[in-house]
Design a protein around this ligand. Structure first.
Ligand code: HEC
Length: 398
């Protein structure tokens, strides 16, 4: 009798001290996989989560952020589309993180630790083959609205280049509201084409083998810089890193957009809905999408309207966040037969109930400043190289 009770009596302490996850064994692999991309020096996360010493003081905050769904940040409705850059935790991972904190956030044995992830310092893509930067620092004043800056940089490419991965890095994240880098082929052929951008939450893109963006010989890169004053003067020198494809691409990545330049959002209107449509002129694959609105943006949806009339939701962002505008990269590229239309639907809240609304008493039109509005559904197509000539390339200038 007596001996039978013994092991039972041990169960509770076991669960408390023997069974709870430890940092090195259960938690570190989750942080490596889901959090460290942003939570390391030089990236968007405000503190590193690389070591036990880094993570321990944040244990309670991690628990809260994971339970509320605030971290990792991700706005796409999980019912539509699977995305390669979705950092969302599985239920099992959430349970482990919470159990770790509830069990005293123990360190465990160093011998259980996984190998540290080898990040490329200063970049999220692998080491770039070439880096271009703004020719000189831009001085951001402490106060006031700053006009968009357009800064050309010569590539000096003597031959056409296929680019397999690209990343735009702000010099000072606190003052770079967003940056877009466009390619100007210099011969007036088709104006400027979107190459890559930086905005909070955007993960840089490495395309699948065989896919690449084309930069023609002699092209200029034009940095479109949108700076924001933060109360103290700052300096920024943004750069872009490119990794070249090892061989010519079978599919060219082409940036497109469905945009509603005609929007006019009445003062006080809580639910202003506007749609834009863009036809697909050559059968191609959709590889990614991005929603762009300003402070009155409320929700955004991409749909495909197929030639036979069927429709499909491609991406739904039910609660748009101006401070977080990722590109959503599809796990499986979506075949869009010629004649498909991409429909983008945006809803804006220009009422006083929108806490970000800079002025609910104004009718709002298209414009570059954050108190103006925009409505752009960016999307990237992968187009077989031999058929892409009829596509209209978009400028990204708006
Ligand atoms: C895509 C980038 C990104 C990823 C991935 C990410 N974070 Fe964050 N994290 C941020 C940014 C940016 C902030 C600060 C802004 C904010 O609080 O919204 C932040 C703030 C936090 C905070 C402060 C909490 C708070 O409420 O202010 C915690 C804790 C945190 N992250 C934990 C995590 C954990 C744990 C993971 C992985 C499971 C994770 N983050 C993944 C970018 C990221």
């Amino acid at each position: 009798m007596f001996f039978r009770l013994g092991p039972l009596g041990l169960l509770a302490p076991l669960a408390l001290f023997g069974g709870s996850p430890t940092f090195h064994k259960e938690i570190e692999p989750i942080l490596q996989h889901r959090c460290q991309g942003c939570h390391r020096p030089g990236e968007a996360g405000p503190m590193p989560l690389l070591s036990y010493q880094d993570a321990r003081p944040w244990a309670k905050a991690i628990r809260a952020a994971v339970l509320s769904g605030k971290m990792p940040p991700w706005q796409a409705d999980p019912h539509y589309g699977k995305f390669t850059n979705d950092p969302s935790l599985t239920q099992a991972e959430k349970d482990e993180l919470v159990a770790w904190v509830d069990g005293g956030a123990r360190e465990g044995l160093a011998s259980d630790a996984p190998k540290p992830v080898q990040f490329t310092e200063g970049w999220r893509i692998a080491k770039p083959d070439v880096v271009f930067e703004m020719p000189r620092e831009f001085s951001v004043p402490a106060k006031g609205a700053i006009d968009y800056q357009y800064i050309p940089v010569a590539t000096n490419f003597t031959e056409d280049k296929w680019v397999a991965a690209v990343e735009v890095r702000p010099g000072d994240r606190s003052v770079v509201h967003h940056a877009i880098v466009m390619v100007d082929s210099g011969n007036g052929e088709r104006g400027q084409e979107y190459l890559a951008g930086y905005a909070p939450g955007m993960t840089p893109q490495t395309w699948k083998p065989g896919q690449a963006r084309l930069i023609k010989a002699g092209s200029y890169l034009v940095f479109q810089m949108h700076y924001q004053a933060t109360g103290k003067p700052a300096k920024d020198r943004t750069r872009i890193g490119l990794i070249f494809a090892k061989k010519p691409a079978a599919e060219q990545i082409v940036g497109m957009q469905a945009a509603a330049h005609w929007l006019a959002i009445p003062a006080g209107e809580p639910n202003y809905r506007v749609q834009a449509m863009e036809p697909i002129r050559e059968t191609s694959y959709l590889v990614g999408m991005r929603a762009h609105m300003h402070l009155r943006g409320k929700s955004f949806m991409f749909r495909a309207i197929y030639p036979n009339g069927d429709t499909e939701i491609l991406l739904n962002v039910p609660k748009y966040d101006f401070n977080w505008q990722p590109y959503y990269y599809l796990e499986t590229p979506k075949l869009l037969p010629k004649g498909t239309r991409i429909e983008a639907t945006a809803v804006f809240d220009n009422s006083p109930n929108n806490p970000f609304n800079p002025n609910p008493n104004a009718t709002v039109f298209w414009g570059p400043q954050t108190w103006d509005e925009m409505m752009i559904g960016w999307f990237d197509l992968a187009v077989p190289v031999k058929t892409q000539s009829n596509l209209r390339h978009t400028t990204g200038l708006e």
